[in-house]
Design a protein around this ligand. Structure first.
Ligand code: RB5
Length: 145
């Protein structure tokens, strides 16, 4: 499974660690930058990851900034993206099961790396629940169009 990942300067260190973590687990990870922790603007990286998911180059996207909030807001501007700012593993499961989230936005400043690894595990290993949730996600899609 291919996963796109990116960060800004605030999420850079965790982005590096999470990229390696996912590769060690056998995922095909496309690191869309940045290459160092120089100051950058998070919307540029959110857009790159969101577009790679929207055009099916990747199945899921992972974004890391200071809070995850800006990344989620920016990624959700791309058609077809359901980005969730997730701060614990239970939210990760629910973002997949109820919302069919396809991008997870993480905090590199307020959530520790071990928790973010658990969040990724939960996000990547939980299926969409379908059923009653499918109609609600369809209504989200209708808002877009
Ligand atoms: C950068 O200072 C910070 O604003 C960014 O990483 C992120 O937290 C925005 O939502």
């Amino acid at each position: 499974m291919r996963i796109s990942i990116a960060s800004d300067h605030a999420g850079f260190e965790q982005k590096q660690q999470l990229t390696q973590y996912l590769r060690d687990k056998g995922y095909d990870v496309a690191d869309l930058g940045p290459e160092n922790d120089d100051r950058v603007d998070y919307p540029d990286f959110a857009e790159a990851v969101a577009r790679s998911v929207a055009d099916d180059s990747s199945r899921f996207g992972v974004l890391v900034c200071g809070t995850g909030i800006g990344m989620a807001i920016a990624a959700n501007k791309v058609h077809g993206i359901r980005a969730a700012n997730v701060i614990n593993p239970q939210f990760a499961e629910l973002a997949r099961e109820h919302n069919d989230a396809n991008v997870v936005a993480l905090s590199g400043r307020f959530i520790d790396i071990e928790t973010n690894k658990l969040i990724l595990d939960a996000f990547l290993n939980t299926q969409f629940g379908e059923g009653r949730h499918a109609g609600r996600v369809q209504k989200i899609n209708c808002i877009e169009s």
